[in-house]
Ligand binder design. Structure first.
Ligand SMILES: NC(=O)c1ccc[n+]([C@@H]2O[C@H](COP(=O)([O-])OP(=O)(O)OC[C@H]3O[C@@H](n4cnc5c(N)ncnc54)[C@H](O)[C@@H]3O)[C@@H](O)[C@H]2O)c1
Ligand SMILES: O=C(O)C(=O)C[C@]1(C(=O)O)C=C[C@@H](O)C=C1
Length: 362
């Protein structure tokens, strides 16, 4: 029996637990310091066993996943280094930064255990085990940061286990990881939060800001709803990279200010063209882009009852809809409905059904 121990069964820990639980020869054990969390893990059946005892959690474990906030990773690794672990045990983490935990692990004596840093490049703005799903990592990249002294056999063993996530494993140097992920994940979270707070300030004197906020604002700010503690830790841990990225961001914004001041139309067009080219060249949805929902857009004529018809049709085929949003609805133009599904298979079924009567796109 392969024993997998997961410390902190939240969004990421819970999603990993769901990938492994029930697979042949695997037992998943969850750990939390909080007895009510232990009860919750068991009640939701995301783990086979759960405990508040660290000793019990790691006894005979073959793999240990640290899924705590970045600011607590070192403390957990230090505690593990003082506990008896099964020889050959692989400890890994899922933290969104990799350099500091790699430095910490390199200095520790783990006896017969091994540490390999990890970071699944998939997530959501929601947190907690309630938001966990076994399909979170499907087609996403999963970064591993082995040390040069990590035996190949150990790396292969972890990579093999992670096949249950259906993610693409990729090896990256920890410092290089933090530079790149700082740019494509941490900086966008800062920008989203700053933008929302800027608009929230205007909204205090006129609530029309909130009322009129439509697709554009929602699309660029979804991640502003992410967990404050998780993100506090990530940003502080990647501070030096982010300070440089924010300087570069200021330069980008300053160049837009200059274009507007000069009334430079071609210059603005050029900026959009350049961005369009890069954005449109990103990998397709099914090939590594991370989605917390699968969205389908439906052009619908603006007449009463149409939303009811669509939801009834989906319901009668047992298709679960996670969210529904009217993006635009005016008398003279057709409305656009955004239907969100948490299961890709449900989205595919909905597309099949809806395209008979409506113009649909993803
Ligand atoms: N959210 C994402 O999109 C995402 C994606 C990839 C990796 N990560 C990383 O995964 C890790 C977990 O994030 P998450 O999104 O699952 O968050 P989460 O809030 O869903 O889960 C965090 C878990 O840690 C527990 N926890 C909080 N403080 C703790 C402490 N001091 N000691 C022990 N446990 C504690 C919480 O009870 C919860 O179970 C973080 O290191 C984060 O950087 C997050
Ligand atoms: O999709 C989201 O909500 C995410 O924030 C996921 C996201 C990202 O920025 O892409 C966030 C943090 C992780 O460490 C990895 C992925």
């Amino acid at each position: 029996m392969t024993k997998i121990t997961i410390f902190a069964v939240g969004l990421i820990g819970g999603s990993l637990a769901m990938c492994f639980k029930g697979k042949p020869g695997i037992k998943v054990v969850g750990h939390s310091n909080n007895p009510s969390s232990v009860e919750k893990y068991l009640k939701r059946e995301v783990v086979d066993e759960a405990t508040t005892s660290m000793e019990e959690a790691v006894r005979d474990a073959d793999y240990i996943f640290l899924c705590v906030p970045v600011g607590n990773l070192e403390e957990y690794l230090l505690k593990l280094s003082k506990l008896p672990l099964k020889p050959g045990c692989i400890i890994t983490d899922v933290g969104s930064t990799k350099a500091s935990i790699a430095r910490c692990a390199a200095q520790l004596q783990l006896k017969d255990a091994y540490f390999i840093g990890g970071h699944p490049m998939a997530g959501k703005e929601k947190s907690g085990v309630e938001a966990a799903t076994s399909r979170l990592f499907e087609n996403a990249f999963y970064v591993l940061t082995p040390e040069s002294r990590t035996p190949q056999e150990v790396y292969d063993r972890l990579a093999e286990l992670l096949k249950w996530t259906k993610a693409h494993i990729v090896k990256v140097d920890p410092a290089r990881h933090d530079e790149i992920v700082g740019a494509i994940s941490h900086l966008p979270h800062i920008i989203a939060v700053a933008l929302v707070n800027q608009i929230a300030g205007y909204n205090e004197s006129n609530s029309l800001y909130k009322d009129l906020a439509a697709g554009g604002f929602r699309d660029i700010t979804r991640i502003a709803s992410s967990d404050p503690i998780i993100w506090r830790d990530i940003l502080l841990d990647n501070k030096s990279v982010l300070l440089q990225l924010l300087k570069d961001w200021n330069a980008e914004i300053a160049s837009f200010i200059r274009l507007l001041e000069k009334g430079d139309g071609p210059g603005i067009e050029q900026e959009f063209l350049r961005a369009n080219q890069f954005r449109n060249g990103l990998p397709e949805r099914r090939k590594g882009v991370i989605h917390s929902f699968y969205d389908v857009y439906v052009d619908v004529p603006d007449h009463p009852g149409v939303i009811g018809q669509i939801t009834t049709l989906l319901g009668s085929h047992r298709i679960n809809l996670s969210n529904i949003q009217i993006i635009e609805s005016r008398e003279d133009v057709p409305g656009v409905l955004r239907l969100s599904f948490s299961e890709e298979s449900h989205m595919d079924k909905a597309l099949e059904l809806l395209k008979k009567d409506y113009a649909v796109h993803v």
